[in-house]
Structures are given as C-alpha cells and as structure tokens.
Design a protein around this ligand. Structure first.
Ligand code: GDP
Length: 297
C-alpha cells in the first residue's frame, strides 16, 4: 500500500473487529464458533438460515458487530500473514481446561505473537469435572502469555462452548480489546478486500468469500482479484441473503469472477473492465514470474 493511498483521517469510521479462533485440535474451536454464531441477534430475522462461507458476522445485544473467520487453520493464517494480508485484528486462543497447552496451542501463540495480533484466551470445557483452568494459566505463563490474574495484560475467560457458559463475557472481552485497537476504515471509497476462501460451485461458477477491508463493495462493481477479474453479479451474506453492498469488515460471497482466486488474494475495485483485464494480466504475469523464479534450478 503506497503512502498516497492512505485514507484521510476524517474519512475513517469505526468498523467491526475481525476475530480468528485458534487452538489445538479438539479443544473446541468449531464448537465455540457455532456457540458464538448462535448468540447472533440478527439470525432470527433471517429465519435462522446460516451457511458456511468461511466467515460470519454476529450482531451482539448492544447492536455492535463482530466478524469471525472460520477457515484459517494455522497454515492458512501464516500464509495470509506471509502474503501481507493479515486480516485478523484479534485472536481468540482456545485451550481445553482438561488438556492444557498442546503443540498446536504453542504454534498458535507463536503465530499470533509474530503477527503482533492481540490475544484473548478462552479456557474452554470448564463444565468438565477434570477442568483445571488455573493450571492452564500457569502453562501460559511458561510461554510468556501472562493473563491478568497472573499480573499480565492478556484477557482470559473461562467458557463452555458445549453448555454455552460465559459467552457474553467472551464477547465483552472481544469488544473491549476492539475498542483499544480503535479499528477504523473509510466506507466511502472503492472497495478493497481479501479472499477468505474460494471455490468452483457447480451451479454458480467461481465463488469467493471476500472480507471487505475498506470501502464498500457493490453489485455491478468491476474488480480484480488475484490474477482474476470480474464484475459483481451478486453479493450473498453469511445468512444466505442477497445484499446490494458490503462495507468494511463484512464478509460476503461474490459471484461474477472469471476464475477461482486463491485464499489471501487481494480484491480491488477498478474503474472499468479494460482496466480490470489489464491489472489481472499484469498480476498473472507477476504470479507466473514468481513461480518460475521459485522453481528449483
Ligand atoms: P476443534 O477440533 O477445536 O474444532 O474442536 P471441536 O469443536 O470439534 O470439539 C472437540 C470435541 O470437544 C467435541 O466432541 C465437542 O463436543 C467437545 N467440546 C467442545 N467444547 C466443549 C465444552 O465446552 N465442554 C465439553 N465437555 N466438551 C466440549
């Protein structure tokens, strides 16, 4: 991003935080995501229909929004980081209270620290009789993650994804952390976003879930995404509804792409189709060149 491309401070408006849940396998990432999704007050209006698009937005009781990414395994997280598309504002580290820190927990801690992303620890499975939350805090300390109880500044919360215990407290901590980050973006400009996931859909053709970073993406917009280009034919939100536009921190499915882009690819709205093809061709060339240079001699 070049310096003249920075949005003027007066154009910036608050945007929802983008949260990634990480942790060791079986510690409850999926359960927690599902439980948090269940707290969405907007889902009722949509008739409770939800679909998997790799990211979703929850509207909490006070009307504010939180976006959760539900794809990144650790590999995807480090890949996105390597490509400069660090779209996560906050990491929620899930640690099962009956199991403690495990290799993937430590990996997640390292990734999060390397990315400079603030972390909130969710000590999960607190409903289990063998849960030892204090032991988790001590183990975290050994990895220099110092929770408030231990005199540090990392927020932690005991939850049960299964029994839906203390989810409100977790949401509050996410909101508190988000406030500290003062997350802002200019919604009144051509959109820029990042591919969260993409696939070739039998009926619909190439489909990509885009997390809008800044600006507002609209039906009819002409864009470049990775080495592909297109014109937005339809936008579908995480509740399966057709929408006309998507602003900062909003995940949407985009239809009308020439091919399937890669996860982490940037999407940029451009002025017209000729320009889109030109940029896409240039990017394809760069990608081709990178592949050639990267190939072993
Ligand atoms: P993931 O691999 O991190 O996504 O973990 P899952 O969400 O698939 O959970 C792994 C297992 O732990 C499943 O059998 C869940 O039902 C169980 N589980 C998840 N959260 C809790 C919890 O809070 N309490 C209990 N008792 N079990 C849980």
């Amino acid at each position: 991003q070049s310096t003249e491309d920075v949005d003027a401070p007066e154009t910036l408006q608050p945007r929802p935080p983008v949260v990634t849940i990480m942790g060791h396998v079986d510690h409850g990432k999926t359960s927690l995501l599902d439980a948090l999704r269940g707290t969405d007050v907007a889902t009722g209006e949509a008739g409770g229909i939800t679909q998997h698009i790799g990211a979703y937005q929850v509207t909490v009781k006070d009307g504010s929004k939180i976006t959760f990414l539900d794809t990144p395994g650790h590999e995807a997280f480090s890949e996105m980081r390597a490509r400069g598309a660090n779209i996560t504002d906050i990491v929620v580290l899930v640690v099962a209270a009956d199991d403690g820190l495990r290799p993937q927990t430590i990996e997640a801690i390292n990734h999060t620290k390397a990315a400079g992303v603030p972390m909130i620890v969710a000590i999960n499975k607190i409903d289990k009789p063998e849960a030892k939350p204090q032991k988790v805090r001590e183990e975290l300390l050994q990895h220099e993650v110092i929770v408030e109880d231990m005199g540090g500044d990392v927020q932690d919360v005991e939850v049960s994804a299964l029994k839906k215990t203390n989810l409100d407290a977790l949401i509050e901590k996410i909101q508190l952390q988000a406030e500290l980050l003062e997350l802002r973006a200019n919604p009144d400009r051509d959109a820029e976003g990042t591919v969260v996931e993409a696939k070739l859909d039998k009926g619909r053709g190439p489909v990509a879930t885009i997390l809008v970073g800044r600006g507002t993406l609209r039906v009819g917009d002409v864009f470049v995404v990775g080495a592909e280009s297109g014109k937005v034919r339809a936008l579908i939100d995480d509740k399966g509804r057709n929408v006309k536009e998507a602003g900062p921190s909003t995940p949407v499915e985009v239809l009308g792409i020439s091919g399937v882009p890669g996860a982490g690819d940037p999407l940029t709205v451009v002025e017209n189709e000729a320009r889109a093809r030109e940029v896409a061709a240039y990017r394809a060339g760069v990608i081709q060149q990178k592949r050639t240079t990267a190939a072993p001699a």
